[in-house]
Design a binder for this molecule. Structure first.
Ligand code: ATP
Length: 451
């Protein structure tokens, strides 16, 4: 759309041909259901009007980045046969007072104008990053400008009427509802809040299916396994994963995308691109020992939990051990957390046992271990019983240290009994730079009786 119609900059986009449908959105079943229910009010506006139901003016989509909020808004436009106009909160922020407010006015005007031009009964205005435009009034340093912009949005929304030629619906997205001015959330403005969360395993599988439907997959690719191993990925991550896997296949001159391309892509997204930097022999050995420690303890505590061990530098890491999540976990038991602490400290302890001393490579591991120990303490799962998180004192510190130290003692005595296994794994890693979870399991089975 031309700048002069809207008076707003680049991010504005308007596409009467974009036909995103709800079926193009994987997972998000609750969000889709709630949104469609709300949209049905608009489609059947005659009926709702006859019952005296006030028109729906705004729907707020909340949730982490990349989960499909924009997609949902586009699908809403297709579903309601509406014109779709998208913008972002940051587009309204200018140094000069009054400019933002003027843009809001123009946006609503443009929506009406375009809907009439396209002979559509409705227009959907989508505002991403709503918290930038509509933070709590008076909280910005240049608050006059921000406040005027928000006031204008409120005025425009209050002015929306159902019996006009064009019905306008405002959809907005934010991941910081807490930052929004309360006036926006009052009835008659953003009436509905639809939560758009990170997808669960089933959702991830659906999203992977959508984004691989145009790609040649090898018969051995099992998207269910990939969905299982991508806990915490958003829809945007998964779209990127499918794309990166295809790029790895291209680099390999393979006409099909193989499982290894997907796993390589998972690691790239989790840890960053492989680096050319080659550590020297001694450092490589230390990295191999360190990762072997993590992997052996992980496999001991949860057989089948190691997906991949590698000593090729990637992102910030010199080497890494990737675990397969057992299933999507949202609650942790004390045993689970203690086990994760054991796995975290095992790298450094393996260095101590095999190489005589530890190194600085374990800083992040210990930070992780401390974080998990604190989780135990603050969840009332430690000897201290239930405690107040606000009153973190020396007793908390002592308890955290004790938890980590106890796990370290246990891990150390176990690793001391597995020196031959560690050496063997280190040799394999040095030779091949990587060992798969399956190879590790075979190795452990073969060396199960060796000290
Ligand atoms: P942000 O908050 O960062 O603006 P968003 O929640 O609006 O993010 P989208 O822009 O909708 O996220 O998603 C980005 C891309 O990720 C989409 O274009 C799509 O390729 C992919 N994607 C995200 N969620 C899904 C999903 N549920 N199903 C299919 N694809 C998805």
């Amino acid at each position: 759309i031309k700048k002069d119609v809207l008076g707003v900059k680049s991010k504005e986009n308007y596409s009467p041909t974009d036909k995103t449908n709800f079926k193009d959105i994987g997972g998000q079943n609750t969000a889709k259901k709630e949104l469609m229910e709300a949209l049905n009010f608009i489609i059947t506006s005659e009926k709702t009007k006859s019952l005296g139901i006030r028109p729906l003016k705004g729907i707020l989509l909340t949730g982490p980045p990349g989960t499909g909020k924009t997609l949902l808004a586009k699908a809403a436009a297709t579903y309601t046969d509406a014109i779709f106009l998208a913008t972002a909160g940051s587009e309204f922020i200018e140094m000069y007072a009054g400019v933002g407010a003027q843009r809001v006015r123009k946006l609503f005007k443009a929506a009406k104008h375009l809907a009439k031009k396209e002979k559509k009964p409705r227009a959907i205005i989508f505002i991403d990053e709503l918290e930038i435009l509509a933070g709590k009034r008076g909280s910005h340093s240049s608050h006059l400008e921000y406040d005027q912009t928000l006031n204008q949005l409120l005025v425009e929304m209050d002015g929306i009427e159902t019996d006009k030629e064009v019905n306008i619906l405002v959809l907005a997205a934010t991941n910081r509802v807490d930052m929004l001015d309360q006036a926006l959330l009052r009835p008659g403005r953003f009436d509905r809040i639809v939560k758009v969360d990170l997808p669960d395993k089933e959702g991830r599988l659906q999203i992977l299916n959508i984004h691989t439907s145009n790609k040649p997959l090898d018969v051995n690719v099992d998207l269910e396994i990939i969905a299982q191993e991508t806990f915490g990925f958003s829809g945007a991550h998964l779209e990127n994963l499918a794309n990166e896997a295809a790029i790895y296949a291209l680099r390999d001159k393979s006409s099909k995308i193989m499982p290894k391309h997907f796993f390589e892509a998972i690691e790239k997204i989790m840890l960053g691109e492989k680096l050319d930097r080659k550590p020297d022999r001694q450092e490589l050995e230390r990295v191999a020992v360190h990762e072997s420690g993590h992997a052996i303890i992980s496999e001991l505590l949860r057989p089948g939990s190691v997906a991949h061990i590698a000593i090729t530098p990637r992102g910030q890491a010199l080497g890494y051990m990737r675990q397969k999540p057992a299933s999507d976990i949202y609650l942790y038991t004390k045993t689970y957390l203690l086990n994760q602490i054991k796995i975290a400290v095992a790298g450094s302890l393996a260095e101590e046992i095999m190489l005589g001393e530890r190194s600085t490579g374990a800083v992040n591991d210990f930070n992780e271990a401390i974080k998990m120990a604190k989780q135990i303490v603050f969840s009332g799962l430690s000897e201290l019983g239930v405690i107040d998180k606000e009153k973190e004192d020396e007793s908390v510190n002592k308890q955290v240290k004790l938890i980590v130290a106890n796990q370290m003692d246990e891990v150390k005595s176990f690793l001391l009994s597995k020196k031959i296994l560690i050496s063997e794994l280190v040799d394999r890693l040095r030779k091949n730079e990587q060992v798969t979870g399956k190879q590790l399991q075979e190795l452990i089975a073969r060396f199960s009786n060796c000290a």
